[in-house]
Each structure stands twice: as C-alpha cells, then as structure tokens.
Write a new protein. Structure first.
Length: 345
C-alpha cells in the first residue's frame, strides 16, 4: 500500500500529494529515490466527484503499451472543495509502475483544475484525458508517433461515444454529439478541438504552468481560447486517427436540453476568442455575430420545416441553429455555467 508524500519530505511512495498551489517533490514508487530527470510525458486527468469514471480512466493510463513507463507520470487534479478523489488516487498509485501525482485544487472551475495540474506536472509533453474517457492500450503511443512524425505542437485524437444501450430516443444524435470524428489518415490540420484526448508540447504554450484562462472557469472553452491563441502564434496542429479514446457521457447529459445548451456554448467560442484578443478584434466579433444570425435563422427555419418529417434531422438542424445563436449572443448574461460546482451543488 502506497503512502502519501508530504511536500517537505521525501518518502518511498508512488503517490505524491502536491496540494493546490505548490509543486510536489518527485518520488519514484519503484526506486524510492528522488528522480534525476523529469518524465517525458505527464498524463493529466482533471476530475470532480466522479469516482468510478475516474478510476476507469486512470487505470486505462496504467495499461498503455508501446511507451516506456519509466518516462511517464499521471497527474490527477481533484476540483472538489474537499479532497474526494484522493482515495482513488491512492488506489491507482498502488497499482502504478510510475509516479502518480494528486493535486487538490479547491477553487472551483475547469481552468483552475487544469492549471493546477500543469503547475505540478514535469513532462515536456502533456497528454490530456477527461475523467469520463477510457484510453485503449496504444492511445499514448499513437499520439506520440504523430507528434514526432509531423513535429506538431498539439496532436488531437478521435473520441468514440458509448451511449448506454437503454437510451433509444435520439441515440444517433447523442453518439454523434459526444464523439469527435476526423480524417482516416494522420497529418497536419488547420483547425483544433477541445483538450480531452490531446497531446500538447509544453514549450509551445504561451504560459507553460498556467496556460488556461480562468475567466472561462464556469463556462468552459478555456481550451478553445488557448488553442486559438496558439494558432495565431503559428502553432502546428496534427490529427492522430489511431489514438482514439472511448467516452461514456454521464446520464444527466443525455438529453436534448443539455446538448442544445452545450451547442449554444460551442457556438460562442469563435466570437469570444475575437472579443478576448488583445486588443479586442471588433471586426472579427462583428463578422462571427453576422454569421451566427444567418445560421440561426436558416437552420432554425429548416428545423421547423422538418418538424413532422424526420426527428433526427430536426435535432441536427436545431443543433446547428443553437450554435449560430451562440455566435450572436456570446456575452455575460448568455454564457452557460457547465463547470465549477460547489459543495452545495
């Protein structure tokens, strides 16, 4: 059974408790000595009150093949007000062949959780896995292979949603919504996706320790904002079709109310990006708002026309209309809060 290492003492432990703000000492569980060099890859899993999904995600990291486990570390960032994920981190550490770092970030918000993990991670490469995702054995090797071949700053992989078998209504919509599709062949790409299932080179980040904007703590989109800024600075993005992960959406998210509100928030992304640039790009904001108006009207009318014809097509059109509306209504009162739950929520 592993023991926790406190920040000011070195103990023989696979689990390192870093706290919220100060990086932990690195201790190897296998050798019980201070690591002479930093691991090459840090796998980061942010989490909040999802014990069983977190355990599944973390254990999938332990099963990775085609990579040297001596060059890895796992960072679990617990964003609950109380350290509720600590017992899961201890359990994973007892099974791990490489260091497991537990970070308790009590300040609620997805960006704060990611930043706390980044501040404690030591890898030159950072692989992000969500706590509702599960990585097949060759996942990390696939990301690293594409990164090396294309000298990419960020690599993204596919996401395959697994919707429970008892969900019948709008099943195809949910599977598509929670999945991420892309080309069949690896290569460089112009666009970018969200953080879940990505590999980022620390040297390419504008801030290597706290790259995510905490203004996006409640709404999400902190990853889109970061990658948008990296793209503007000339970063290289690549796609790794073999590096897929499975995603198990939480039951409360398998509803049209959730997916349409999330589509609205996704639509806000490009407008928020131009509004948040320094200085704000007002022409870019106006252009995306105009595009949003057209999309909302056109797809909204098409959805109304399909109301009695095809339920699934209607839902797809409503999704597109919601994204258009989000481009237009992007500022404070219209921003949904998907993250940052408190203890009373």
């Amino acid at each position: 059974m592993s023991r926790l290492a406190v920040e000011t003492q070195l103990q023989s432990s696979a689990l390192i408790d870093s706290g919220a703000t100060e990086p932990a000492k690195r201790v190897s569980g296998a050798r019980g000595a201070l690591e002479p060099t930093a691991p090459t890859v840090s796998i980061v899993i942010p989490t909040q009150r999802r014990a069983l999904p977190l355990l599944r995600a973390a254990r999938s990291v332990l099963r990775q093949t085609g990579v040297d486990h001596a060059l890895l570390e796992l960072v679990i960032a617990d964003n609950d007000q109380t350290p509720s994920a600590r017992s899961i981190a201890e359990q994973v550490a007892a099974e791990a062949g490489f260091p497991v770092i537990y970070v308790h970030e009590a300040r609620s918000g997805v960006a704060s959780a990611r930043n706390a993990a980044m501040a404690s991670a030591t890898g030159a490469s950072i692989a992000f896995l969500d706590d509702d995702q599960e990585a097949p054995e060759g996942w990390l090797a696939g990301l690293l292979d594409v990164q090396t071949r294309f000298r990419a700053d960020v690599v993204f992989g596919p996401v395959r949603a697994r919707v429970p078998i008892d969900i019948g209504e709008h099943r195809a919509h949910f599977e598509q919504f929670f999945s991420r599709l892309g080309p069949d062949e690896p290569g460089l790409q112009a666009g970018y996706y969200g953080c879940g299932n990505s590999l980022v080179q620390r040297a390419a980040l504008p801030d290597p320790d706290r790259p995510f904007s905490e203004l996006m703590n409640k709404t999400g989109g902190e990853d889109d904002l970061l990658f948008g800024r990296m793209k503007a600075a000339g970063a290289r993005f690549a796609w790794a079709p073999s590096a897929f992960v499975f995603e198990d959406p939480h039951l409360e998210r398998l509803s049209l109310a959730y997916t349409l509100s999330r589509a609205f928030a996704y639509g806000q992304g490009p407008t928020v990006h131009f509004a948040g640039s320094s200085p704000p790009d007002r022409l870019g904001v106006a252009r995306w708002m105009a595009i949003g108006v057209v999309e909302a009207v056109v797809f909204g009318l098409m959805a109304a026309g399909c109301w009695l014809v095809s339920a699934e097509k209607r839902v797809w059109l409503l999704d597109r209309a919601a994204r258009g509306l989000g481009k237009t209504l992007w500022w404070g009162p219209f921003q949904h809060q998907f993250y940052g739950r408190t203890a009373s929520d």
